[in-house]
Design a binder for this molecule. Structure first.
Ligand code: NAP
Length: 271
């Protein structure tokens, strides 16, 4: 019997998770597998339930569009999953399925890795976006003691998110003058050409610009931030930071010390 875990979503063909977990499994000498589990909208519930019913299944990472479904399928939910309202991880605990959300932990891991001087307590954080990634970022930042403001193209979504986390709401396009940290949690930049409408000339010199989009690694927003002399943080370490606790939950060991960024960069070049 080989324990296995997988990333479930639709589409999942381009998911980088199997490369990373595969490398960790091999280096740690753990007998196990990490697969892709394609789960189209129509039939996703059955596919996930079948996986969870397999005694060899150590758990699932769940990605778009099934993070809400993952939460509903679990016997128990962690505080992070409950507060964010979505789960990206299902793991076994004492025979029960637990839904967790490690995106918030991944978000803070990325900040620590690339901007270790940033002190979230009382810092002014401006989060762009009000979707799933923004929810995880706002949860992480409010937990860490930051003063969070949300700006989103569709303001009513920003208001809903702000209400859930006692955060502030700002207009779109965003005014970055008062921010210590700017987080792009929108999908702008995925095309490699577009950037959120931000005027860096008016921002603080010490502004840290964190783009959660990691493909391309250097988004147009980060390019402009850098050329304006602002500190930039890319989204790749968030991906690693959300995967680390998942690996531990599936296979019971801490991920071995590997250059995870390099593994992912090579995988990105191949796919
Ligand atoms: P989502 O739920 O679909 O939310 C998308 C957000 O982007 C919404 O707030 C939407 O605003 C905004 N948006 C999209 N196009 C826009 C445009 N042209 N102008 C202004 N706003 C626009 O997506 P998500 O799950 O939150 O993910 C967002 C991004 O985060 C993804 O693209 C992904 O690359 C990244 N992400 C990274 C990690 C990581 O590990 N680094 C993890 C999760 C997500 P409206 O509400 O107005 O539509």
């Amino acid at each position: 019997m080989t324990r296995w875990a997988a990333v479930a979503g639709w589409p999942v063909d381009h998911s980088l998770s199997p490369c990373l977990h595969g490398a960790w499994l091999e280096t740690a000498g753990v007998k196990g597998r990490y697969d892709r589990l394609p789960a189209p909208e129509d039939g996703a519930k059955k596919i996930l339930k079948t996986a969870l019913a397999d005694p060899d299944c150590a758990g699932l990472n769940v990605t778009l569009p099934h993070k809400g479904l993952a939460l509903r399928l679990a016997d128990r939910k962690t505080d992070a999953a409950k507060s964010i309202g979505a789960a990206n991880l299902l793991y076994r605990d004492d025979g029960k399925w637990v839904a967790d959300n490690t995106d918030a932990e991944g978000f803070l891991y990325g900040l620590r890795r690339q901007a270790s001087e940033f002190q979230p307590e009382r810092a002014a954080a401006l989060v762009l976006g009000a979707g799933g990634a923004a929810r995880a970022a706002v949860y992480a930042l409010t937990q860490a003691g930051a003063r969070v403001t949300i700006a989103n193209r569709t303001e009513k979504k920003a208001k809903r998110l702000a209400k859930d986390f006692k955060a502030g709401v700002a207009a779109w396009p965003p005014d970055v003058r008062e921010a210590d940290l700017l987080v792009n949690a929108t999908s702008i930049g995925l095309d490699g050409a577009s950037a959120p409408p931000v005027d860096f000339s008016a921002s603080r010199n010490a502004l840290i610009v964190y783009d959660l989009v990691y493909r391309p690694l250097e988004t147009p927003l980060l390019k402009t931030a850098k050329s304006s002399g602002r500190r930039s943080v890319d989204g790749l370490d968030m991906l690693i930071g959300q995967a680390r606790p998942s690996f531990k939950a599936f296979f019971g060991v801490t991920p071995p010390d590997l250059d995870a960024r390099q593994i992912l960069l090579e995988a990105m070049e191949r796919t």
